[in-house]
Ligand binder design. Structure first.
Ligand SMILES: CC(C)(COP(=O)(O)OP(=O)(O)OC[C@H]1O[C@@H](n2cnc3c(N)ncnc32)[C@H](O)[C@@H]1OP(=O)(O)O)[C@@H](O)C(=O)NCCC(=O)NCCS
Length: 244
């Protein structure tokens, strides 16, 4: 399959897009929003633009970037993308010890765990922010090393966190607690478990991002020692109608 020299796989699905040395990854944003999520591993604005056309040719209404650091914004802007959503970036030092979780949190990762946590994710996040199984798999694959950690009640998963580490930086990639049991300290235990997991593996800092209007999450993170960084991440978007 080829558009503008792009080679990809069957769409919709999780596809690797290539053109010469350039490489990107695309997947449906989620099952409810007819957009594609695009991550560029290597390549410039021309390649971003070609990926956009490849995806729109296959029926996507809109293409959205992964959250982009200000330093990486140029290629998206040059490819005709505009800011869609801003995210807050938070950081916490892992030099000092981290308090123990008060709820039991266990390592997860079996097929049953991924099915259960995808269902929790669907219930906890609103339509736009749901990522589905593919998005959770992406979150786990975003760092060379990662772990799914699960909180259970009576043997049933009721919350999870995906933690990752790359060099000496830990990442809290995704976290949710079933709405039926929110407000009981499970989220706090998951944050601590993620911090402890990363710290034991040599991370010196933990980073995460969250929506600007997510008060519960921001309040929780700040009360567990995270500080809000001055820079923000941006999800860039370009709609099919913007195509000349
Ligand atoms: C964010 C989330 C994981 C918190 O989980 P939780 O189990 O409800 O959180 P906890 O009960 O451990 O609460 C810990 C702290 O968070 C803060 N908090 C929780 N809910 C809050 C709310 N509705 N408003 C303001 N602060 C809140 C409080 O500081 C609370 O501490 P306190 O109980 O001592 O006051 C949960 O709300 C959730 O799944 N939200 C949807 C998904 C999401 O936003 N994930 C994070 C994206 S980055």
């Amino acid at each position: 399959m080829s558009t503008n020299g792009i080679r990809g796989g069957p769409w919709p699905g999780q596809v690797v897009l290539r053109r010469r040395w350039a490489k990107g990854h695309a997947r449906p944003w989620n099952e409810e929003v007819q957009a594609a999520g695009l991550r560029i591993e290597r390549g410039g604005a021309d390649f971003v633009d070609a990926c956009f056309h490849w995806l729109v040719d296959r029926g996507c209404d809109e293409v959205l970037s992964v959250p982009v650091h200000p330093q990486g914004a140029g290629i998206w802007e040059s490819a005709g993308f505009v800011p869609h959503t801003e995210l807050r970036l938070l950081s916490r030092s892992l030099i000092d010890a981290v308090a123990e979780p008060t709820h039991h949190v266990r390592p997860g990762g079996g097929h049953g765990d991924w099915t259960a946590v995808a269902a929790i994710d669907d219930r906890a996040f609103d339509r736009f922010w749901r990522v589905g199984r593919l998005g959770l798999a992406d979150a786990a694959a975003a760092t060379p090393r990662s772990k799914l950690l699960v909180a259970d009640v009576a043997g049933e998963p009721i919350g999870f966190v995906i933690a990752g580490i790359s060099l000496d930086v830990g990442y809290l990639q995704r976290m949710a607690v079933d709405p039926a049991v929110q407000g009981r300290g499970i989220g706090r235990s998951l944050v601590r478990a993620a911090l402890r997991w990363a710290r034991r593996r040599g991370a010196r800092t933990m980073l995460l991002n969250t929506q600007l209007d997510n008060r519960p999450a921001t309040t929780l993170y700040r009360s567990e020692g995270f500080e809000i960084l001055p820079e923000r991440l941006t999800i860039f978007g370009r709609t099919a109608e913007s195509r000349p």
